[in-house]
Write a protein that binds this ligand. Sequence first.
Ligand code: NDP
Ligand code: GDR
Length: 348
Amino acid sequence: MSLKMKKAIITGVTGQDGAYLAELLLEKGYEVYATYRRTSSVNFWRIEELGIENHPNLHLVEYDLTDQANSVRMVADIKPDEIYNLAAQSFVGVSFEQPLATAHITGLGCVHLLEAIRIVDPKIKFYQASTSEMFGLVQEIPQKESTPFYPRSPYGAAKLYAHWMVVNYRESYGMFASSGILFNHESPLRGKEFVTRKITDSVAKIKLGKLECLELGNMDAKRDWGYAKDYVEAMYLMLQAPKSDTFVVATNRTETVRDFVTMAFKAAGIELEFSGKAENEIAKDKANGKTVVRVNPKFYRPAEVDLLIGNPQKAKDELGWEAKCTLEELCAMMVKEDLRRNETDCSF
Ligand code: NDP
Ligand code: GDR
């Protein structure tokens, strides 16, 4: 007797989480329909790094989240059991320059899929990639599911709209729609515009003599950083739970950007000495006195989220989920991978 394979749609497979989630669902025996956007040169480097690009159960689907007709047709054609909506304009910095594009993709895009499910088959389970950026200005520490929201960027505001729409579709139409409020999660597959990967890539370049100095913005910001591969498991578990809900996914540890810089240089065998404050802060390589980190105010944001630290107790109690990888392990893994890539002149 052959069991029917579960079908899942993952939006945003060219991104960090989409690639890891595709890998996880393929391992679990799913038929995975993974979406990418039409661009002049589509880049599948992440699924290639994971070695799943030619997996027989991975189907790559061209899709744009901002197109309602495309959303309805895709859901009707595939008739999935589960949809994981990971696609977004996900870079906070850019959202200040492109607030409307961010609203369309990151906010309304989610509703295109919710409506598609409502039209095609309200029994399809839905996961929305919500974010700790919705907490924004600190209201409570650590942040949990009941903490009041106060977004501090067009990205945070767009995600909050999508988040509340998920709650409303759940309550209005009885749909199985869950929302994971995920805190920052990183990996060797992280985009280089995000601070951890920018740091580990630059550390590797400095170590190999390909770059003199890393320029950063606000080094006082504190983040609760976890490992993306751990976090996609939480997404999967949310859609296997007996009922849909909202869950915080975090490590419950927070560190400054400066701490991560120190950790990354240490992983490459370089000890730093910091001096100066705010815009004048620098860090020198203790061994040779060279300035290897400096602040450049162009990387400051119009509004900052100063402190994020999540309480993942509900995810632990109800989903049995816990972060496994420590920040030191994650940072060392990213530095090692960036050293390897830079040694071989690999472009990603
Ligand atoms: P990435 O930026 O790495 O990936 C985003 C994906 O969305 C890419 O595949 C991108 O495609 C796709 N995308 C962008 N616009 C559209 C569009 N109009 N139509 C279809 N696809 C589109 O993000 P992550 O993997 O890091 O994050 C996944 C999700 O989780 C995002 O929604 C993010 O906001 C959210 N999140 C992430 C956290 C993190 O720390 N990583 C924490 C909390 C939430 P392309 O490659 O073509 O640009
Ligand atoms: P974030 O991640 O905004 O938290 O959003 P990012 O890595 O961009 O910034 C983290 C913190 O570092 C500070 N910072 C810098 N950031 C960048 N990118 N570049 C710099 O040079 C730099 N210098 C200092 C930032 O000001 C910020 O305080 C990420 C994204 O993945 C979102 O999609 C997701 O929702 C949240 O995490 C949770």
